[in-house]
Design a protein around this ligand. Structure first.
Ligand SMILES: [Zn+2]
Length: 162
């Protein structure tokens, strides 16, 4: 029997340590929280994605009384970016959340379904998506969703003999 240990790398920093592009992306994600449709959870999540053409797309969570019919901010935003600009790879995304009259102290992280969708974007565009997870105290920077989704399922497993 053997054991596999998986390592992941997350950079932790403060807002002041970010460059102007990163700050703008975080601010856009925070603004998008204000437009979320989150009347059931009151957990308003905003996402902003920087595309290769320098366009920034933002979105937020969209809830539904039939809970599974709602969708997270990350997928709302990424699907819109992909549908609006299918030829522009996403370079970087920022995620923020607002609840109880304030932004969260700690970073919030994408759910499993969103991680899988971000992985699809990385594979589709053959390029990592840098992820900024905003928290008032600390910001997490992740260079690729693969750091948050080890042993991920991808196309190579559909055709294992290839
Ligand atoms: Zn999600």
């Amino acid at each position: 029997m053997e054991q596999i240990n998986l390592n992941t790398k997350i950079v932790v920093c403060n807002y002041d340590e970010l460059n102007d592009t990163e700050k703008k992306l975080i601010n856009t994600a925070k603004e998008a929280c204000g437009r979320a449709y989150a009347i059931y959870s009151n957990f308003r999540v905003g996402c902003a994605i920087l595309l290769d053409n320098n366009e920034i797309i933002s979105g937020n969570n969209q809830e539904n009384v039939a809970f599974p019919s709602g969708i997270c901010a990350e997928r709302t935003t990424l699907f819109y970016a992909n549908s609006r600009y299918p030829d522009q790879k996403p370079l970087m995304m920022a995620i923020a959340a607002f609840t109880n009259d304030n932004f969260t102290e700690l970073s919030i992280t994408p759910c499993g379904a969103c991680r899988q969708v971000i992985l699809e974007a990385e594979n589709r565009y053959k390029s990592p998506v840098r992820i900024l997870l905003y928290g008032k105290k600390k910001i997490y920077i992740i260079e690729s969703i693969k750091n948050l989704l080890p042993l991920s399922f991808d196309e190579s497993q559909l055709n294992p003999s290839v």
